[in-house]
Design a protein around this ligand. Structure first.
Ligand code: NAP
Length: 343
């Protein structure tokens, strides 16, 4: 294993200017772990929000808010060291995957990961393309399960997807298309074509048509856009619907603002008041990202087939602050760090 060992880290919560390049202690793999030389790592909205302090109470409890804090969950790269009891991977294997939230994330030249959460790279995709997928794919599969969506249950039925043009939304469109669902995508008008290309049957421009004007006919709804719209989405369910999942729930924000017990109580009340709008028997889920081996394995199968209408905006590690601004300013394309690219 050889250096340089660098990381894009923050020493305190704040704006993108807090993200600075610094030396990284040479990482050592523990039992069951590998060190990955990171060729590409994505910057997601959660990274910019965590950088600003979002979720700090819960992440502190998980040991995932220690300074210097290195953000990032996704990685694609090459195995450069293998810990004890790792039998599935060897030095030189090219891998990709996702880490759970931690203080030593993937925005670095090297990262230690649990070997079970690293899979061999499928053929046909670049490291940048692969690094754009795991965090979002794993979140989407959890959201689909949370809403009760399976291929058998959803084939031929209508789904409403709010936030369809984003990182989560485009993957969800592709997966739902593969399951045979008829998806109405809610997105900004400028993103109409991307939604159709990813598999939407129709697109509603959220700036032109209010959600409450849509028909009450959906077998499932997904909210990847705005918590304030959750109650309205639940009113659009048809009787006998499967369920709803949201990734934009207020749980972490409530814990930050009110502390653990009061935050949990306030979140529970918010959840209860919203679910009164759901038809009896339908599921309701607040989705939280968590890596799991089975879902990663299905991503390795799906990845070459996803063929998403997605452009990549690549940044070297010393421009990580710019990549954060890219995400915060909703600039076009997925922000990807290439830690070994020199400026
Ligand atoms: N709970 C979790 O574990 C978890 C995991 C992953 C992501 N998330 C959250 O899920 C959300 C979606 O993630 P993402 O990566 O897909 O984000 P993204 O790439 O920023 O896409 C979200 C899309 O939603 C639309 N949108 C944004 N604000 C909106 C608003 N106020 N009202 C209606 N539509 C709005 C925008 O598209 P248009 O302009 O085209 O409508 C935007 O591109 C983010 O808030 C993210 O933080 C949560």
């Amino acid at each position: 294993m050889s250096g340089p060992y660098l990381m894009a880290a923050i020493d305190q919560f704040g704006d993108a200017g807090q993200v600075r390049l610094r030396e990284q202690p040479p990482p050592k793999p523990g039992r069951g772990e590998i060190v990955v030389r990171v060729e590409a790592a994505s910057v997601n909205p959660i990274d910019t929000r965590r950088r600003a302090g979002y979720g700090r109470r819960l992440f502190s409890l998980m040991g995932a808010a220690r300074m210097p804090l290195v953000l990032g969950n996704d990685f694609a790269g090459t195995v450069c060291a293998v810990g004890r009891d790792v039998t599935t991977l060897r030095e030189g294997d090219t891998v990709f995957g996702a880490k759970p939230p931690s203080s030593q994330g993937t925005h670095a030249t090297h990262v230690v990961v649990d070997a079970r959460l690293a899979l061999r790279q499928p053929l046909g995709l670049t490291a940048g393309q692969l690094a754009a997928l795991p965090y979002n794919f794993l979140t989407v599969t959890r959201a689909l399960a949370g809403a009760g969506i399976t291929r058998e249950a959803i084939a031929g039925r209508p789904v409403l997807l709010h936030g369809a043009s984003g990182g989560l939304g485009l993957i969800a469109l592709r997966l739902l298309q593969g399951m045979g669902a008829r998806v109405t995508a809610v997105a900004g008008g400028a993103n109409r074509q991307a939604c159709l290309q990813a598999g939407a049957a129709s697109v509603v421009d959220r700036h032109a048509v209010p959600l409450h004007a849509l028909p009450r006919e959906y077998a499932a709804t997904l909210n990847f856009a705005n918590w304030e719209d959750d109650a309205t989405l639940l009113r659009l369910h048809a009787p006998g619907s499967l369920g709803h999942a949201t990734t934009v729930h207020p749980l972490l924000g409530q814990l930050d603002q009110r502390g653990l017990l009061r935050g949990l109580a306030a979140s529970w009340l918010m959840r209860r008041s919203v679910t009164t709008h759901l038809p009896g028997g339908a599921r309701y889920a607040w989705t939280v990202f968590r890596p799991d081996e089975a879902a990663l394995a299905s991503l390795a199968e799906w990845a070459p087939l996803l063929n998403l209408p997605m452009t990549l905006a690549t940044y070297p590690l010393d421009k990580a602050a710019q990549a954060h601004r890219h995400v915060e300013q909703h600039q076009a394309g997925r922000a990807i760090l290439l830690p070994h690219l020199t400026t």
